[in-house]
Write a protein that binds this ligand. Structure first.
Ligand SMILES: Nc1nc2c(ncn2[C@@H]2O[C@H](COP(=O)(O)OP(=O)(O)O)[C@@H](O)[C@H]2O)c(=O)[nH]1
Ligand SMILES: [Mg+2]
Length: 388
């Protein structure tokens, strides 16, 4: 049941280098995703270019699988059931693998906690510590403990071993409300604005998400709205090439202008989706928030309902800090969905529970690795099953 073969060595991509090398004018990149569908054919190519992240802690910086599940135009009639069945095992394996660190920690601690013990205050205290150190957060921890205690009392449970099952059950209950996959509407184009602090995984997530959308037969255009770091545009171009999708970028960059161009271009070409990258680090937090707020306003000017999705990318490693980032970005932009990345690199996958309790927001995807197929639609049950 629990295989833990792999250790994931978290790589803190160290990027820096102020190199300012901006692409002159739009880059005709690959062939723009052909006016309609463009299918991805390329295999996940070689390791990504060493990017330059500086993990930002100030507002510090959200994840999933895709197996065909949710991304569909509403008209398309979603049909997750069947597809899900066919891919369920592959998907679960991937998630399990991604959550190895968290699972190993939990399994070890819970096994020693429950084995042969009697249910008393000391046991609850130990359980509390385990949850807190998995980044479940105080509020969700209290909630889980209270619900477990109530069930134990109600059902006269005496065997500590049963607590594990209760914990799973209560966790799933807690996470269910944020299981809320992204469903695209036909919008010509549907605009997804991706935000988050530097290093949280925005650009990588855009690359993976593009693949998911292409697999759903959507045509995609990417806007390189992080014009503050030259490397950011390059990195996005690489993802564009992998997916054979056009990346709109500009040499001298006003991010709003780049995104504005991209949306108009997508309209003209009748493309389905525009995914806009944005900066995650500016001189000050206020400057950053002002900039992305402006971007949102500009997007809204070129399309009355856009952005249709404001997707906040959070790095699971930042633990409780993820909650404060969520609050800050939500206040400024109105976050409609989350991606929680790097769950493969942390033993603190419990942060999802903290989000569900403290700032419930639809968790669209989870990131469980760096390659193109490592973005998975979040499913509460599968997630919890993978944790134990
Ligand atoms: N292990 C792992 N690494 C990830 C994941 N998502 C992103 N990364 C890595 O995190 C680093 C920063 O990602 P990037 O997309 O550049 O962040 P951005 O600054 O928000 O655009 C890169 O080295 C990515 O490969 C993930 O789900 N798992
Ligand atoms: Mg980036």
């Amino acid at each position: 049941m629990f295989e833990f073969l792999k250790k994931f060595i978290k790589k803190d991509s160290q990027e820096k280098k102020p190199i300012v090398k901006k692409e002159a004018t739009k880059k005709p990149q690959k062939k723009a995703s052909s006016p309609h569908k463009s299918k991805v054919a390329k295999p996940p190519p070689p390791k990504e270019k060493k990017e330059t992240q500086k993990s930002e802690q100030s507002i510090k910086s959200a994840p999933s699988k895709t197996e065909k599940k949710p991304i569909v135009f509403s008209e398309d009639k979603i049909q997750p059931q069947e597809e899900k069945k066919s891919s369920f095992f592959g998907f679960t394996d991937k998630i399990k693998k991604g959550l190895t660190k968290t699972r190993e920690k939990l399994t070890a601690e819970l096994t020693s906690l429950f084995s042969g013990k009697k249910i008393d205050e000391a046991l609850y205290e130990e359980l509390e510590t385990i949850l807190l150190t998995s980044d479940v957060g105080i509020s969700a921890t209290n909630y889980l403990l209270d619900s477990i205690k109530a069930s134990i009392k109600k059902n006269n449970i005496e065997n500590a071993d049963e607590i594990k099952g209760l914990l799973k059950e209560k966790l799933i209950e807690l996470l269910m409300p944020i299981e809320n996959p992204l469903i695209l509407k036909k919008a010509n184009p549907y605009v997804i604005m991706v935000v988050g602090v530097n290093g949280s995984g925005k650009t990588t997530t855009i690359g993976k998400l593009t693949k998911i959308l292409l697999d759903e037969n959507k045509s995609v255009l990417i806007a390189a709205g992080d014009t503050f770091r030259a490397a950011a545009t390059e990195q996005l171009q690489i993802w564009g090439e992998r997916n054979n999708v056009h990346v709109v970028s500009q040499a001298s960059g006003d991010p709003s202008a780049v995104i504005f161009d991209a949306i108009n271009s997508a309209k003209a070409k009748n493309l389905d989706v525009v995914i806009a990258d944005t900066a995650g680090r500016l001189p000050t937090q206020k400057y950053l928030i002002d900039e992305i707020t402006k971007i949102k306003r500009v997007i809204n000017k070129c399309h009355a309902e856009a952005p249709h999705e404001v997707l906040l990318v959070l790095d699971a490693n930042t633990g409780q800090n993820a909650i404060s980032q969520l609050k800050i970005f939500n206040e400024a932009l109105g976050i409609t969905g989350l991606v929680l990345t790097k769950l493969d690199g942390t033993a603190k996958g419990g942060v999802i529970a903290a989000i569900a309790k403290e700032q419930p927001t639809p968790l669209r995807y989870i990131g469980v690795g760096e390659s193109i197929d490592d973005l998975k639609v979040f499913n509460a049950q599968e997630y919890v099953e993978a944790l134990f």
